[in-house]
Design a protein around this ligand. Structure first.
Ligand code: CP
Ligand code: NVA
Length: 309
């Protein structure tokens, strides 16, 4: 554990707040924390600290990994469904932020609107972590980069293919690749491209290719990634017909990547839609390590954010 590591940013909302060294430091600390946990070494680095977790949307991994991570670090996590807070009755985000800052040490929020998250962070005196918004999912990418580093022993120089929707996870993935020296090739149907500014900004640091061809994107890839075609904030729209059958990750598409390529998905997955069962449950898939690594990566993140204050 790099005891000296201190972040410049107060909050983690997109992943772009982290410099290259901060990002690689968090990933390396996460790998060390994972090893410690497996060896039964426990370090109560967040003893007596409280994490307030606000959920406007459902979650399995984010909820359980943050709560478990806080417990393992000697701290405490409060699960606050937005429906049970006074937010539901019209109390403002600003007032909620100011109130929680007087009790807790850290906030993690899963929200519909990224602007609401920015408002929450602006009005909190304590660090705010994005647990998924309509635009970004930085914690997922910390875990993803950690998983890639474990499997490939490096990040710099790798090629990653993103297939499907240029969504919130994709936007944070572009930032993560740019700061890790990974070349990213994104194949989406027309109209489903990732955020233009994220692509433009990240293009200064790494190669970011956009196309409508999954076959071209996966050519020579070390890592193939997809996500649901219907994110939680899209649930009322039927978009799957725009993706199927071309943008499904199946074994014939995987064969066009490197033979050593790994398959990743943040989960939850819809088998038969964005990915076939033989791929997600097959030998190239690392999705369970990826899910586990949310725990370790977020522990390293929380320690780094709280060391700063
Ligand atoms: N990947 C992810 O964030 O999963 P949950 O929606 O279950 O938290
Ligand atoms: N893109 C998905 C990720 C879920 C973890 C969503 O926003 O629903």
């Amino acid at each position: 554990m790099d005891e000296e590591m201190k972040l410049k940013t107060k909050d983690l909302l997109t992943l772009n707040e982290l410099g290259k060294t901060d990002l690689s430091g968090i990933i390396d600390n996460a790998i060390k924390m994972k090893k410690d946990l497996k060896e039964g070494i426990s370090k109560p680095l967040l003893k007596n600290k409280t994490l307030a977790m606000i959920f406007q949307k459902p979650s399995t991994r984010t909820r359980v990994s943050f709560e478990t991570g806080m417990f393992q670090l000697g701290g405490h996590a409060l699960n606050l469904s937005a429906d049970e807070l006074q937010l539901k009755r019209g109390e403002t985000i600003e007032d909620t932020a100011k109130t929680l800052s007087r009790y807790a040490d850290l906030i993690m929020a899963r929200v519909y609107s990224h602007e609401e998250l920015e408002l929450l962070a602006k009005n909190s005196t304590i660090p705010v972590i994005n647990g998924l918004s309509d635009s970004f999912h930085p914690c997922q990418i910390l875990a993803d980069l950690m998983t890639i580093k474990e499997k490939k022993k490096k990040l710099d120089g790798l090629k990653l293919a993103w297939i499907g929707d240029g969504n919130n996870v994709c936007n944070s993935m572009i930032y993560g690749c740019a700061k890790s020296g990974i070349e990213i090739s994104i194949a989406t149907p027309k109209g489903y491209e990732p955020n233009h500014n994220v692509v433009k900004e990240s293009g200064k640091l790494t190669e970011v290719k956009l196309s409508n061809s999954p076959e071209t994107a996966v050519h020579g890839a070390d890592v193939v990634v997809t996500d649901t075609f219907v994110s939680i904030h899209h649930q009322t729209t039927d978009r799957t017909n725009d993706f199927l059958p071309r943008f499904q990750v199946n074994s014939s598409l995987m064969k066009k990547a490197k033979p050593s390529a790994i398959f990743m998905h943040c989960l939850p997955a819809k088998r038969g839609q964005e990915v076939t069962s033989d791929v997600i449950d097959g030998s190239q898939s690392v999705v369970w390590d990826e899910a586990e690594n949310r725990l370790h990566a977020q522990k390293a993140l929380m320690v780094a954010l709280l060391r700063r204050v």
